[in-house]
Ligand binder design. Sequence first.
Ligand SMILES: N[C@@H](CCC[C@H](N)C(=O)O)C(=O)O
Length: 278
Amino acid sequence: MYFTKMHGLGNDYIYVNGITEHIREPERLAVRLSDRHFGVGADGLILILPSRRADFRMEIYNADGSRAEMCGNGIRCLAKYVYDRGLMKKKELIIETDAGMRRLRLETDEEDKISQVTVDMGYPIFQADKIPIISEHTRVVQEPISIRHMEYRMTGVSMGNPHAVVWVNSVKRLDLAQIGPEFEYHGRFPRRVNVEFAQVVDREHIIVRVWERGAGETLACGTGACAVAAAGVLNDLTERHVTVKLKGGELSVLWDEADGKIYMTGPAVTVYDGIVTV
Ligand SMILES: N[C@@H](CCC[C@H](N)C(=O)O)C(=O)O
């Protein structure tokens, strides 16, 4: 099976062209290939598939084999994948995801190399039952949650996939390996959760560490950065246009007042092409 390893800010995925490759049991394949010791090594597997309603369809499998609705870093890389291979030569494209249609715009340099990709990430969803988060309130805004005898305050956001944003004074000394799984599998998240620990630097800059559902701590999360940006506005901590600094680099995120949608801009990188026996 031919594959390509790509990353957005170190959030790395194995990309397989599902138009030419016949993929059986993608959940199991994701687990096997994502293993960093016995496999290729990645945060998950992304399949590029045909779509009747859009240019392509994206299917995401986390490293543990679970299916995710949307992936912000992954979708930028998917756009690069199809553009660089000439599967599509437009600089504007629409990708169908399990979270709905996403519109993307590619920026290229004078050598036709992609420098940045902007994604229309859609509307942030705050309704607790739609995220989903179990709560007595319609929205989860700075609600207490107890983890390992510590009380945290979380704001719930769906970017097509579920996120809990926790504001902290510093992201440095957090033991994510301990608290991450406790959030992810907490009973208040019926479909598990991605959790972002966010530190406000000033009203336009945020530092974030992410524990991803199905993948653990990753170097970056596109949907997570958008969830943090939305929570920052909701909690009146930040402006609508922010730079989100993650372990693997920076994303620019705008929650547009005009249309209510979130726009995320960042890089997409190819690491290498490979062949694996499956
Ligand atoms: N890293 C991604 C999100 C991938 C899916 C996530 N782990 C989930 O299960 O929802 C991103 O860049 O958005």
